[in-house]
Design a protein around this ligand. Structure first.
Ligand SMILES: CC(C)(COP(=O)(O)OP(=O)(O)OC[C@H]1O[C@@H](n2cnc3c(N)ncnc32)[C@H](O)[C@@H]1OP(=O)(O)O)[C@@H](O)C(=O)NCCC(=O)NCCS
Length: 226
């Protein structure tokens, strides 16, 4: 499965792919974009703003998985991921992204568009102590037309290889219905939920949001789960 670094001029394309992949997700669909059926072409603006913000941090890595077009006319991006090399010394950007030069996202809830940024302080402790140095899966999206073809696996294997080389753990917050996918990829240690505790602004809004860790660096030799 061909994997390569994404290019900055592909941000809009990646945003549109994520908008499609997450369109009916409980969090990025129902909660954050309640008006998406009326304004389906606006939801990519959410992703574009966050992609641009992420791009400004060199600790983020953007990968795409591609397929060749049948007629030999180049490639199609089937999936992409954002992986963050977290460390105790790197400061996480928690301010909402700058959207001043983008059209308004009419599909989004005005009150909940910045939910992830407001929620971060409640979950930041997950990446502390022995888990401060790690690789986190920030975003992962396979286009609906290319799901089930191994693109998600290929992208996650990239980050697993990084974590294994650096002997650090890897984390993900799983969307509703995606636990099985991450478990299959070796993310089998559950810790908290992204919506805990009760004071978290995400509390009561979603059912998904399980933290999963892959800690193959703690196992050694032939019995390691890498
Ligand atoms: C989750 C997602 C990234 C999976 O990507 P994908 O490219 O379809 O996955 P793959 O084809 O690489 O699947 C790898 C394996 O996981 C399995 N798998 C895929 N989705 C699964 C799921 N939801 N539950 C359980 N297993 C799953 C596949 O059957 C495959 O198993 P196999 O290797 O034994 O054949 C994709 O469904 C997606 O983009 N969903 C919408 C956005 C989203 O929720 N992203 C994740 C946010 S945390």
């Amino acid at each position: 499965m061909p994997i390569r670094q994404a290019n900055a001029d592909e941000q809009t394309q990646l945003s549109r792919l994520a908008a499609e992949a997450f369109f009916d997700d409980e969090l990025f669909g129902d909660v954050i974009h309640p008006h998406r059926k009326q304004y389906p072409d606006d939801t990519y603006l959410y992703w574009l703003a966050r992609l641009r913000q992420g791009w400004s941090d060199p600790n983020n890595h953007f990968l795409v998985s591609t397929v060749e077009r049948d007629n030999g006319a180049g490639e199609v991006i089937a999936a992409w991921a954002q992986f963050l090399r977290k460390s105790a010394k790197a400061k996480k950007e928690t301010a909402p992204p700058d959207v001043s030069d983008l059209p308004p996202n009419r599909a989004a809830s005005k009150e909940l568009e910045d939910l992830l940024e407001r929620q971060y302080e409640y979950i930041a402790h997950e990446w502390s102590g022995p888990r401060a140095e790690c690789w986190d899966i920030i975003w992962l999206a396979t286009s609906p037309t290319h799901q089930g073809q191994g693109h998600g696996r290929a992208l996650v294997e990239w980050v697993i290889d990084k974590a294994t080389q650096e002997q650090v753990p890897s984390s993900v917050i799983s969307a509703k219905g995606k636990d099985g996918f991450y478990n299959k990829m070796g993310y089998t240690i559950p810790t908290g939920k992204a919506w805990e505790p009760e004071t978290n602004p995400m509390y009561g809004l979603v059912e998904g949001g399980q933290f999963w860790w892959r800690e193959s660096h703690l196992t050694t030799g032939q019995n390691g789960n890498k």
